[in-house]
Design a binder for this molecule. Structure first.
Ligand SMILES: Nc1ncnc2c1ncn2[C@@H]1O[C@H](COP(=O)(O)OP(=O)(O)OP(=O)(O)O)[C@@H](O)[C@H]1O
Ligand SMILES: [Mg+2]
Length: 374
């Protein structure tokens, strides 16, 4: 357990009014990792972060930092630092004094203090602004002061709650790169809460996707994007097509699922142990793995009516209706020679046997392996 900077073990938070904000949260965060917690408003991200920081009591479960059980320790004894969306800088103190504050509280000598502060101001690019007050800085500069202030005590873990939320789009792009650079240079573990997919996906080594107080999936950006494990993740991230159907039979790592009157090959991912025949399940097919036209080499085929096309550069997403209210998105490269489709035109849509992946939503928890079983 000592290789991990933070471990949450079956962590629950129920507020006094009965709100279950976090349910059975399990995660292992490695040293020096940049982790993003992503999910819609109210799903429990801030609550989880505050439990890590010690600002919120854990109702049930344990939290470890660097192998030490900190569940019952106050924030000051946890070696974490938190950066909030509202920076809460001291308005009457200079940038230098704002950053210096916590070292002063700790009773560090003025010389060593100054050395540390200058080093940090250099790191965040605020060397020339040391004597300004927060009101004389831009939003991005104020945000750097807040970051410097959170990092000056050299915490094991920096917890960031929507740190870029208050910034406009361009500044956010710049700060994303800056945050990542600083994190790399210092080698400190960052846990950042965001509801921006782009932020989470571009910065993090690992993404924790949450919804409705539970962890839906933990993985690299690529993993959650390419291999969604639940219906929520498949709908929330990327461009996926969802199907509901009944398991007809199983053969090795594949199941045959009946949906829309057709039989489809669906892959069973390795974390799902057992799928009973006759069970109603969900599966997902990425839009970029679907193809229009007749493809004899592809195991799955369905017919649909053309509805519309969305263009994005050289890619297009074609929308087809398979049955009333059931649409699929087919993402493919655009060929200039392609004839223009007419609304309502019938066309085949094909995908390979492996492209359809079983989701674990309707699978019994005891048939799911590992932390995903939450
Ligand atoms: N002090 C509290 N007392 C009761 N319920 C609370 C309290 N704080 C938060 N909640 C509730 O707990 C749930 C999770 O809240 P939380 O702040 O963790 O969500 P979040 O994912 O950070 O959302 P957002 O993206 O909007 O910041 C919400 O339903 C919220 O209303
Ligand atoms: Mg929040």
């Amino acid at each position: 357990m000592t290789d991990f900077d933070i471990v949450l073990e079956n962590a629950y938070k129920t507020y006094p009014d009965g709100t279950r904000a976090v349910i059975d949260f399990n995660a292992e965060i490695e040293r020096g990792e940049f982790v993003s917690m992503l999910g819609p408003s109210g799903c429990g991200k801030t609550t989880t972060l505050r439990m890590m920081a010690g600002l919120e009591e854990v109702t049930e479960g344990r939290i470890f930092i660097r192998g030490k059980d900190v569940t019952d320790l106050p924030p000051s004894q946890r070696d974490t630092s938190m950066m909030f969306q509202s920076f809460a800088l001291f308005p009457h103190r200079t940038v230098f004094q704002n950053v210096e504050f916590s070292l002063k509280m700790k009773g560090m000598e003025p010389d060593s203090r100054a050395h540390r502060v200058w080093e940090m101001l250099e790191m965040v690019g605020l060397h020339d602004f040391a004597s300004r007050r927060p009101g004389e800085l831009s939003g991005g500069q104020q945000q750097r002061v807040a970051l410097a202030r959170a990092l000056i005590s050299r915490p094991t873990v920096l917890l960031l709650d929507e740190p870029l939320g208050a910034l406009d789009f361009n500044l956010r792009q710049t700060m994303m790169v800056e945050l990542k650079r600083i994190q790399r240079e210092l080698g400190i573990t960052f846990v950042m809460v965001t509801h921006s997919q782009q932020e989470a996906m571009s910065m993090a080594d690992k993404v924790v996707v949450m919804s409705d107080s539970v962890v839906q999936q933990i993985g690299t950006s690529r993993e959650v994007h390419e291999h969604p494990e639940t219906k929520f993740v498949a709908e929330f991230i990327g461009n996926n097509n969802l199907f509901q159907g009944i398991v007809k039979s199983r053969s090795g790592t594949m199941v045959f699922v009946e949906s829309l009157g057709e039989l489809f090959y669906v892959k069973v991912p390795s974390h799902i142990q057992h799928v009973p025949v006759g069970k109603t399940v969900w599966f997902s097919v990425r839009a970029d793995l679907m193809h229009t036209g007749d493809h004899p080499d592809m195991a799955n085929r369905v017919e649909g009516s053309y509805i519309a096309t969305e263009f994005l550069g050289t890619l297009e997403t074609d929308v087809f209706e398979l049955a009333p209210g059931q649409y699929v998105h087919v993402e493919q490269h655009r060929h200039l020679s392609d004839s223009v489709r007419k609304m309502g035109e019938r066309e085949f849509i094909c995908w390979s046997a492996e492209a359809g992946v079983l989701l674990r939503d309707s699978i019994r928890p005891e048939d799911i392996l590992g932390p995903a079983a939450a």
